[in-house]
Write a new protein. Sequence first.
Length: 260
Amino acid sequence: MGEHGPLFVAEGRASEVDVLLMEDELGPGAVDRGQGEVALPFREPSYISIGEPVVVALDPQVEASVELRRQFDDFEFHQVQLTCSFQAAVGSRFTQARFTTELVTTVDGGERSTGAQAIAYDLFPLRLEEARTVTVTSQRPGVDVTFGFEPVEATLTLPSRERMEEGIQYTSRVEAFDLRGTRPAWNFRRTEQREISGPHRLFMLVRKPKGTTVQATFGLSATVQFMMGSHGFAPVDLLMLFRGRNRSGVLTDEPSIPLC
């Protein structure tokens, strides 16, 4: 998250309406509002942060590919490392999140560019997927079971009327959005194998016209699910405002910094 800690930090909380709905779902007597005997997790904050970007200008003579070198007469390229972190409140887990970056191009002098715009020329990761095995049992007259192992396939005959079919489906965990656009984003989704937690490193190659500067405006939204034992409540959106590291007391829902 950089040498000096996160750049922007937010405490995410469920809305009062969502809290009351979850408390009502527990039924009468579950919450003693007068005595406070039962401690429920619904009002505990989750923490989300955006790290300070690490920006490195590409040298066309050293690091750039042939494809990029052809564009250096008109454009500059910057490699940008972004980070975001998630820490769910006790008794809850993130189910979805979205990290966005809006690239605003200004010409020398500070006026917004009306010509060519800075874009996310490349993004990483574009997509991270995880395999999940699904087993389906069906009653059929046939008794042949086929197992596929690349690059060979084997068939086994069983003395039974049950046929076991195993297949693989893929669940997306991280997916990028708006490649070669001005509003790149990454969507995170919880899977059975992975929680949305801890720090995540994201990379972007920014292409900007020469003689311009780029301002980045960040957005980070998240949905959490509160758990009590094995019971999971319906996921709720978090309400949050970001506080800048070097701007104590200033809150914003759209943190913004000069990028390159």
